[in-house]
Every structure is written in structure tokens, then in C-alpha cells.
Design a protein around this ligand. Structure first.
Ligand SMILES: Nc1ncnc2c1ncn2[C@@H]1O[C@H](COP(=O)(O)OP(=O)(O)OP(=O)(O)O)[C@@H](O)[C@H]1O
Ligand SMILES: [Mg+2]
Length: 260
């Protein structure tokens, strides 16, 4: 027979090995008289190195779910374990701390500061981390290089294409070396070739081990992920492993190029 501590380890191991573990989560939004039941019993686990796409109709709860994963909001009931730690009951300050350490966000609008260079935009999240200026700039430069923008470090957003701006946003999301990258409609404002270029970057990052969860309305984009969840009416209705996943780098060779 195993000693008690080993038994316990065996039992908790699956929860600890998932980067994301969501158990029977409900989310209500209270609006005075009315109450919106946005998540209605969601349970899912995402392991390290997974690449998950979330699809579903407008209003099905995708952003509500992402906001919880990103520690921007808490579930009304149920549990959310991030790297094995239950963060469901954390207050705003504790959530902000975890968010800054563990989560990188990319949104549909690139949300870059206009009068700030690519390098400075990328550096912003490191201002809260306890690292010195030299190290901050080094990390920002590395993150820009990861998205292929080393040569645009001193450009302002207005001097870059939409795709390049979104790549800066990806670099900014990576600069604190997060455990998960969350992207809510990251290609929503981009043309089709540029969208595939962003997916190429996400696939490259995922190949290096980064866990990614992405929301998209487009099947063409979702298929670049390794797993697809479909939300409907606040629940996960489908959870499929992607088959014949296209490689964005290969697809790009077949698409016409648009000059910068
Ligand atoms: N802050 C909020 N306050 C009240 N209700 C909200 C809030 N955010 C979302 N909701 C409601 O919760 C439900 C789920 O919304 P959510 O934004 O998660 O949908 P979604 O799947 O992201 O949709 P979309 O594809 O349009 O972005 C909707 O009925 C929405 O109206
Ligand atoms: Mg949404």
C-alpha cells in the first residue's frame, strides 16, 4: 500500500497537470431587474502546449469564458484552477497580480498606444514586474523578434500595417513570459492573408510550447488550432480534436502577397 501522501499526489496529479481546469462554472450578470445566465455549467481542462479555438454564435458566452480564464472576472459558482491553483475566490487585486504574471492577452482591436513605439508598447506590461530598465528593454526586443518585428522596434503604430500592429500586440502579450496566451478574435480586423500570418505566429509559438486559447468566428481560422470547442447558450456543445490541421506557413506560400 502507498503511504498517504503518495495516494494524495496521485489523486491531485491530473488537476495539477492541466494549465486550465474549469469545473461546473456558472456566470450570472445581474442587471437590476434582470439576470443574464451567461455560462451554464462549463467544465473543461486544457493541458500545457494545447492550442484551442473557441467558436459559437454571438452571445453564446465565449468572451465571458475568456474573461474568466484571463482572471478579468470570476465565476459566480464553480471552480477555475489555473496551473492547479484555485483562483475562483480571489479578489480583484489578487486576480490582477496573477493576470500580470501568467496571462498574455490579444484582442481584436490592437489596443496599442498611438504615440508610443513598437518597443515601448511591448515593454508596457513589464513596468509592473520587478525588473530593471535594461532587462525590460531586452525582453521587449526579444518579444518583438519572436513575432518577426525586430526591424520595426522604433516605428509608431500609425507607421505599421494592421498585421504588424497585431504582431506588436502579440509581442506585448508575450513579454512577461506568460503560461497562457488568450486571444479574443485576434484576426477580426485583418484581411485573409494577414490573418493567416498571425496564425503562423501563433502556431510557431505553440510549437515552442506556449498554451493558446483563441476565440474566432471563422472556421478557416479555427482549423489552425489543435482542438475546437463550440459554445452554445452558455455551454460547451462540441469538443473536437482538429484533423488534417493546416500549417499556416505552408498555406501562406499559396496565397498572393500584398506589398507592405
Ligand atoms: N458585462 C455584461 N453585463 C451584462 N451582460 C453581459 C455582460 N457581458 C456579456 N453579457 C451577456 O452575456 C451573454 C454572453 O456574452 P458574451 O460576450 O460572453 O458572448 P460572446 O459569445 O463573446 O459573443 P460575441 O461573439 O458577440 O462576442 C450575452 O447574453 C451578453 O449579452
Ligand atoms: Mg465576444
Amino acid at each position: 500500500m502507498l503511504p498517504a501522501n503518495q495516494v494524495e499526489e496521485t489523486i491531485v496529479a491530473p488537476a495539477a497537470s492541466a494549465v486550465i481546469r474549469v469545473e461546473e462554472v456558472h456566470k450570472y450578470y445581474d442587471l437590476g431587474e434582470t439576470r443574464v445566465h451567461a455560462l451554464r455549467g462549463v467544465s473543461v481542462a486544457v493541458g500545457r502546449g494545447e492550442f484551442v479555438a473557441i467558436m459559437g454564435a454571438s452571445g453564446s458566452g465565449k468572451s465571458t469564458f475568456m474573461n474568466m480564464l484571463g482572471c478579468l472576472d470570476r465565476p459566480s459558482s464553480g471552480r477555475y484552477l489555473l496551473e492547479g491553483m484555485d483562483v475562483s475566490q480571489h479578489d480583484k487585486r489578487a486576480l490582477a497580480f496573477i493576470r500580470n504574471q501568467k496571462i498574455g492577452f490579444v484582442f481584436q482591436g490592437f489596443n496599442l498606444l498611438a504615440r508610443t513605439t513598437a518597443l515601448e508598447n511591448t515593454e508596457l506590461p513589464t513596468l509592473y514586474a520587478k525588473i530593471d530598465k535594461v532587462e525590460r528593454q531586452k525582453r521587449a526586443a526579444e518579444a518583438l523578434a519572436m513575432v518577426g518585428l525586430a526591424d520595426r522596434a522604433h516605428h509608431f503604430p500609425s507607421q505599421m500595417s494592421g498585421g504588424q500592429q497585431q504582431r506588436v500586440a502579440v509581442a506585448r502579450a508575450l513579454v512577461n513570459r506568460p503560461s497562457i496566451l488568450l486571444a479574443d478574435e485576434p484576426t477580426g480586423n485583418l484581411d485573409s492573408r494577414t490573418s493567416v500570418e498571425i496564425m503562423e505566429i501563433l502556431q510557431n509559438l505553440n510549437d515552442k510550447g506556449l498554451t493558446i486559447v483563441l476565440v474566432t468566428h471563422e472556421l478557416d481560422i479555427a482549423q489552425f488550432a489543435k482542438r475546437v470547442l463550440v459554445f452554445r447558450d452558455g455551454k460547451i456543445r462540441k469538443d473536437d480534436v482538429a484533423v488534417n490541421r493546416p500549417i499556416a506557413r505552408e498555406i501562406l506560400k499559396t496565397l498572393p502577397t500584398i506589398d507592405d
